[in-house]
Write a protein of this length. Structure first.
Ligand code: ZN
Length: 62
């Protein structure tokens, strides 16, 4: 398990892989009980259209 970044309040935008500051996040989505953060509305829209596409890709990376 890789904890790098957990000390900061950031989450990875699963669409573009940018680090998003949770405290300033304006674009979020909830999927299967987990909250996802996005840098922009366009990333959120992409995720909402096809969440599994991004989650499977994200999950395959360590
Ligand atoms: Zn993004």
């Amino acid at each position: 398990m890789n904890n790098v970044g957990s000390a900061l309040s950031t989450e990875t935008d699963v669409v573009c892989k940018m680090q998003v500051d949770k405290r300033n996040a304006k674009f979020t989505s909830e999927y299967k009980g987990k909250e996802y953060y996005f840098c922009s509305l366009s990333c959120k829209k992409k995720f909402d259209e096809d969440p599994e596409k991004y989650l499977s890709f994200y999950g395959s990376r360590k």
